[in-house]
Ligand binder design. Structure first.
Ligand code: PHE
Length: 462
């Protein structure tokens, strides 16, 4: 007998799981610092605009492909491609990307876990700001500690994914997401009492379009993709667990609105702290792991605030990483006909193995000449490869598939089933056929150096 595919137990279960995938280290760490490096307000508005114009249509497209096929990415593309086996390759691209992202994402999550323990043991007490910052470098360069936390984090993921869609992902998302929101709200309220809050609000919502550069426009789009978790077949897989009665466009809009809200709240929590202590919104991993503990050490109740903050990061990372692992597990189950247990064990082992060079990246123990040869350390190379190339290429192919290859009657039927937004099908189809592929193509060409957006903008604004 054909086994029935497991579905989400509740409507809110899907919303929390998908929002859990979307809201991650990207929203709480990458968003604030990218806003910081792109000059604030205008970038935020653009990010919101691009999330709705490009991110949401692709998100809905993935839900349509998943719910229609009731499969994960590889078989979904194979089944829906009118017999052309080549589209399977898009599913494979999704699968490889997920393995790689899961590997380096778990290393960052491992740092966050380490900072929880460090907060509890009051690592910053009696240390100078320089000494506190140095602890991160020490951690980054410590091979055994990084591997230890990588292992623990992947093990936690295995525990959740092994339990399945309802008892694992849905159950934990229903606990972790509200907890994340409450913690964020608590820290956010705390931040509103700081002297730098007004400055932070002004910084985030001032409309200074002159600070926006072409590369800023492109990074806003990249961020929109990354924070929504689209272009990886994850939302497709989560969509395959949805019932026919569910409203796909409404869910897409709801999850993206939640992601934007949390990203903005996270910025309104982090910037007031930086501004109150006259520290510029610093770039990169430094903002969270180096600067924040220095600031926390100066605040009253630093043990509680610091522990809460890093727990929040771990919760956010976990609901994202389980979506990455689930996608790989669901595909392995379908390709190899394995049990969930076996597929989870194999997928976790592969991620752990790819994670090892990422975890050893800071200490240079495994590939000492990597950075000299490739210009970035192993960790950075994996991040760059996936976010700058694999995700956008897969995103572009997804829009082409959903807009041009998939039968229009199928996309219309799936879009309209269970929704009260029937009228916007035409808008979605236009976006997925023309707007999204065009914009994503422009980013890719710019990234490849084939096309220079700044020159074109200069030409028109001369
Ligand atoms: N959306 C997650 C975040 O913001 C990252 C992520 C990307 C998770 C891709 C899954 C897939 O951190």
């Amino acid at each position: 007998m054909k086994q029935q595919r497991e579905h989400w137990g509740t409507k809110i279960g899907f919303v929390l799981a998908a929002a859990g995938s979307a809201v991650g280290i990207g929203s709480v760490w990458k968003f604030p610092y990218t806003v910081g490096t792109n000059g604030g307000g205008a970038f935020v508005i653009l990010y919101i605009l691009l999330t709705f114009l490009i991110g949401v249509p692709v998100f809905i497209a993935e839900l349509i492909l998943g719910r229609k096929s009731q499969k994960s990415s590889i078989f979904a593309y194979a089944d829906l491609s009118k017999g052309s086996g080549n589209w399977k390759l898009l599913g494979w691209l999704n699968l490889f990307s997920c393995f790689i992202i899961l590997a380096y994402y778990s290393v960052v999550a491992g740092w966050c876990m380490s900072y929880i323990l460090m907060s509890l043991t009051q690592f910053s007490s009696g240390k100078s700001p320089d000494e506190i910052r140095n602890v991160f470098s020490l951690l980054e360069q410590s091979p055994d500690i990084n591997i230890f936390w990588l292992f623990i984090f992947i093990l936690i993921n295995v525990g959740v994914i092994y339990s399945g869609v309802r008892k694992g992902i849905e159950y934990w998302s229903r606990i972790l997401m509200p907890a994340l929101f409450v913690m964020l709200l608590g820290l956010f309220i705390y931040s509103t009492t700081l002297p730098g809050f007004g400055k932070a609000v002004h910084y985030l919502f001032n409309l200074n379009f002159s600070s926006l550069t072409p590369s800023g426009i492109l990074s806003a789009l990249g961020l929109a993709f990354f924070t929504l978790s689209v272009g990886l077949g994850i939302i497709l897989t989560y969509g395959s667990y949805m019932k026919k009665t569910e409203d796909l466009p409404k869910n897409g809009l709801l999850v993206s609105s939640m992601t934007i809200l949390i990203s903005i709240m996270a910025s309104l929590m982090i910037f007031p702290i930086s501004f109150s202590f006259n520290m510029p919104p610093e770039a990169g991993p430094g903002l969270v792991f180096k600067t924040m503990p220095v600031l926390f050490a100066k605040l009253p109740g630093s043990l509680v605030i610091s522990t809460l903050f890093f727990s929040l990061l771990v919760f956010a990372a976990l609901t994202s990483s389980i979506s990455l692992l689930e996608m790989t597990v669901a595909n392995l189950i379908e390709i190899r006909k394995w049990s969930r247990g076996k597929a989870t064990a194999v997928a976790a082992t592969i991620s752990f193995i790819i994670g090892i060079p990422c975890a050893l990246s800071g200490s240079n123990t495994l590939f000492p000449s990597w950075k000299t040869i490739y210009g970035k350390d192993f960790f950075g190379t994996m991040d760059y490869l996936t976010t700058s190339w694999m995700m956008p290429i897969a995103g572009l192919l997804t829009t082409i598939f959903a807009g041009w290859i998939l039968n229009k009657s199928i996309s219309k039927e799936e879009f309209e089933q269970g929704t009260s937004f029937k009228k916007i099908y035409g808008v979605w189809l236009f976006a997925i056929r023309f707007l999204c592929p065009l914009v994503v193509l422009i980013i890719l060409l710019q990234e490849a150096g084939i096309f220079n957006l700044s020159k074109i903008i200069q030409y028109f604004t001369r």
